[in-house]
Ligand binder design. Structure first.
Ligand SMILES: NC(=O)c1ccc[n+]([C@@H]2O[C@H](COP(=O)([O-])OP(=O)(O)OC[C@H]3O[C@@H](n4cnc5c(N)ncnc54)[C@H](OP(=O)(O)O)[C@@H]3O)[C@@H](O)[C@H]2O)c1
Length: 364
């Protein structure tokens, strides 16, 4: 329960905090760190108290990211687990995988709650993580982590001390397929997820394959059949379907900064119309603030979600092939990472689920 982790005052109208929640970002100078800062600085219930980095120590966060000028007084600091634990209630870790699991156990030992954006705690079965990533150095903690996809694991998230924030591709794919699998509407052999991501998905550290001339005006598939998000997608689709699911997952890199469009093909198990399926999706996601189901004839576009926490979903039944095509769009840095992390924090502390997340999409 929230009050086990944080001092609260309760009355008949709900829950009231007696002070702002103090929040730190560990790994604040990457793309998800910046997106967290953008959202947290304007969040009505929290105070951003620290931002850590190895590279930009002692520089104001607003000089690392001039877009934050006059918006925050936070000065970047090197990570000290003792100091961050002392001054914060909740810690967002926006570090590369492997590095995250080196620091999170100590934060938890110090009684802190953590929302981790890396892949280190996303798998129930550590051997799956070890097969696709590397040796796990904190397997005992992995069991306690809750997968932070609020539309599916809402109740567990409220009580969690460690949230494993989902990957960007898994967020778009799982949300697009969940209603079909839960209601056993598709043949589970033959699901194909063709997903296209903007370049910020690869992070801010310079790498040859993400520099301008390598990406601009090009479009390519990569890590076909071997991307690390495949087992994460399969794990949660299997929970929904109550059977083991395997998918063909084909990621692509597209020359846009942010956004993921997932085009998903699945064979239908029964005859159904587009209108009937759209109704099913609307019922499944009824009351879910950040899911927008498009009416028949309209399909999502990454531009319609850019800079917002929305996941837009549209679909079409193809009677010729007896299949359904579901298309989802998210912003990889918002619903695919930092926005979802803030949504998880909101649930953990009993804030409004959309607190600090009310931004409309930034289309051209
Ligand atoms: N980008 C996305 O769309 C996205 C979506 C979902 C999840 N994620 C996950 O979120 C995490 C962060 O991703 P990102 O895209 O923000 O990466 P990024 O842009 O490369 O930033 C990584 C951050 O971690 C710090 N860092 C790097 N290596 C470190 C180390 N060994 N020890 C301590 N700090 C280190 C970096 O700052 P310094 O170098 O200054 O220390 C930087 O602040 C990753 O695990 C990623 O897989 C990313």
């Amino acid at each position: 329960m929230a009050f086990l982790f944080y001092p609260v005052r309760i009355n008949s109208n709900g829950v009231y905090w007696w002070r702002m929640l103090k929040v730190a970002i560990v790994g604040a100078t990457g793309y998800t760190g910046l997106e967290l800062a953008r959202l947290l600085i304007k969040h009505p219930e929290i105070q951003l108290v620290a931002a850590t980095t190895r590279t930009y120590k002692d520089l104001p966060l607003s000089s690392v990211f001039p877009e934050l000028t006059n918006e925050t007084h936070v000065v970047c600091e090197e990570l000290s687990i003792e100091r961050i634990s002392e001054i914060s209630d909740l810690i967002f870790t926006a570090l590369p995988h492997k590095t995250a699991m080196e620091v999170i156990p100590e934060f938890l030992e110090n009684g802190k709650r953590v929302v981790d954006l890396s892949a280190d705690f996303r798998f129930r079965n550590v051997s799956v993580y070890e097969k696709w990533y590397q040796r796990h150095t904190a397997p005992q903690i992995a069991k306690k982590a809750v997968y932070g996809l609020p539309e599916i694991y809402h109740e567990k998230i409220k009580r969690a001390s460690l949230i494993a924030n989902p990957g960007c591709y898994p967020t778009g794919a799982i949300l697009a397929l969940a209603p079909l699998l839960k209601s056993h509407m598709i043949n589970t052999k033959g699901i194909v997820i063709d997903a296209k991501s903007g370049v910020s998905g690869a992070g801010r550290s310079p790498q040859i394959h993400t520099i301008y001339c390598e990406v601009n005006e090009g479009l390519k598939a990569y890590k076909v059949g071997e991307h690390r998000h495949t087992p994460e997608i399969e794990e949660h689709l299997s929970v929904l379907a109550e059977e083991e699911i395997r998918v063909a997952f084909i990621p692509h890199l597209v020359p846009i900064s942010r956004g993921i469009l997932s085009t998903i093909y699945a064979p239908l198990s029964n005859k159904v119309s587009t209108e009937e399926l759209v109704d099913q999706y609307k019922k499944f996601y009824d009351g879910k603030r950040f899911i927008r189901i498009y009416p028949p004839g309209k399909l999502p576009n990454t531009l319609y979600v850019r800079g917002s926490n929305y996941c837009d979903i549209g679909l079409k039944v193809d009677p010729r092939t007896e299949g359904v095509i579901v298309i989802s769009a998210i912003d990889n840095l918002t619903k695919g990472a930092s926005g979802q992390a803030v949504q998880n924090m909101n649930l953990m502390y009993g804030f409004e689920e959309d607190a600090g997340l009310g931004y409309l999409p930034l289309s051209p």
